[in-house]
Design a protein around this ligand. Structure first.
Ligand SMILES: O=C[C@H](O)[C@H](O)COP(=O)(O)O
Ligand SMILES: C=C(OP(=O)(O)O)C(=O)O
Length: 372
């Protein structure tokens, strides 16, 4: 046997068979393929202005400073579980902007603008995947609506946070994102860790849905390192990306089989981080399994975490709150109008309930500062 040769090295090899009819064995479960615009085309239509770029750059740096211990504020990721309506999101953003200004000395507030929903089994997958909420999967419109909303929120002077779930969608919107999350269902995914290693924004990794913190610590280690992987350029071409690694990464405690926001849980998480050679710092998600999915419990959890902060715990660098214009959640029912300002995914606290929580957290930061 001669030395191994790649097919592309063969001068006189077997005839190439790429024109053979393979319909019996290839794409047999693909129902349809529709065109998708390129990220470059979307950016051409909806470019970021110098003012947008300045806000994104400044707010990313603010969060980086918190992570590097140079800013003692709490990073607050606050907003709806999911976006399903542009105008309602803008109404929320205007209210949140007033709170962001009021607490700017103590809280770095970033609005949750989540377009992609990871589902436990099946369900609506978000504003990009199905922007008309009707199973038409108009993703070109979804991308355009998502990018327009981000620009409009940034125009109000508010930075945005989102979850990166799809591996191609970041090319369309990530230039406008100040902070990104990798969710509990994807923290263990190598592809998402690689993505995070190349993202330009700070990124938080949720602990696993079972409560496992080690997977999030491993994700932090992995995403700090450089990687090489396959992706798509802004021009829509397949490409090999080589990343530099992301130093602005941290874990998020979101609970699992049981909540994990107590002093003992924060201690245990920080020990796991230190064992992996990572700085002991956590964001606490007061929703999801930390609120046992009961939205009003978020208030109690946030006050508990505020007490830890007020007691001087510098390891808590931020919180996440699921909050909408109105409290609760609603199911989408065919032919029935949706209630205004109510979540169609996880239940949220109302904006009115959010205001005193932010106030309490700002006070907690002041108390922590005065102890230092
Ligand atoms: O935050 C949203 C949900 O908790 C997550 O997407 C899972 O939702 P599901 O269990 O309703 O599918
Ligand atoms: C899906 C979310 O959270 P988790 O990944 O923790 O379930 C979310 O924050 O919207």
């Amino acid at each position: 046997m001669g030395p191994f040769k790649l097919p592309s090295d063969s001068v006189a090899g077997p005839p190439m068979l790429s024109t053979q009819d393979k319909t019996r064995i290839d794409d047999t479960r693909i129902a349809s393929v529709r065109p998708l615009m390129t990220p470059a085309l979307l950016e051409e239509r909806l470019p970021a202005s110098p003012a947008h770029l300045a806000l994104v750059e400044r707010s990313r740096q603010d969060i980086s400073n918190v992570l590097q211990g140079q800013d003692d504020r709490l990073v607050m990721v606050v907003g709806p579980c999911s976006i399903h309506d542009h105008d309602q999101a803008i109404a929320y953003a205007k209210l949140l902007k007033a709170e962001a200004d009021k607490h700017a000395k103590d809280l770095q507030i970033v609005m949750r603008v989540y377009f992609e929903k990871p589902r436990t089994t099946v369900g609506w997958k978000g504003y990009i995947n199905d922007p008309h909420l009707d199973g038409s999967f108009a993703m070109n419109q979804g991308l355009e609506m998502a990018r327009k909303l981000l620009l409009d929120i940034i125009d109000l002077g508010l930075p945005v946070a989102t979850e990166f779930l799809d591996l191609l969608s970041p090319q369309y919107i990530s230039d406008l994102v100040t902070w990104g999350a990798i969710g509990a269902r994807t923290t263990e995914s190598q592809s998402h860790r690689q993505l995070a290693s190349g993202l330009s924004c700070p990124v938080g990794f949720k602990n696993g849905t079972d409560g496992g913190v080690k997977v999030a610590a491993d994700a932090v280690v992995a995403s700090k390192a450089p990687h090489a992987f396959m992706g798509m350029t802004k021009m829509g071409q397949a490409a090999i990306f080589e990343t530099r690694g992301n130093q602005d990464v941290h874990i998020i405690l979101r609970g699992g089989k049981v909540p994990n926001y107590s002093v003992a849980d924060v201690d245990a998480a920080c020990k796991a981080l230190e064992a992996s050679g990572i700085a002991p710092q956590v964001m606490v998600d007061v929703s999801h399994a930390n609120s046992s999915k009961q939205h009003s419990k978020q208030i109690e959890v946030a006050h508990d975490v505020a007490a830890q902060v007020a007691g001087g715990d510098r390891r808590i660098m931020g919180l996440m709150i699921e909050s909408h214009l109105q409290e609760g959640r609603q199911d989408q029912k065919p032919g029935q109008p949706l209630q205004h300002g109510v979540s169609i995914t996880d239940a949220c606290i109302s904006f009115a309930q959010t205001v005193p929580v932010l106030q309490a957290l700002a006070q907690a930061v002041q108390q922590r500062r005065s102890r230092a």
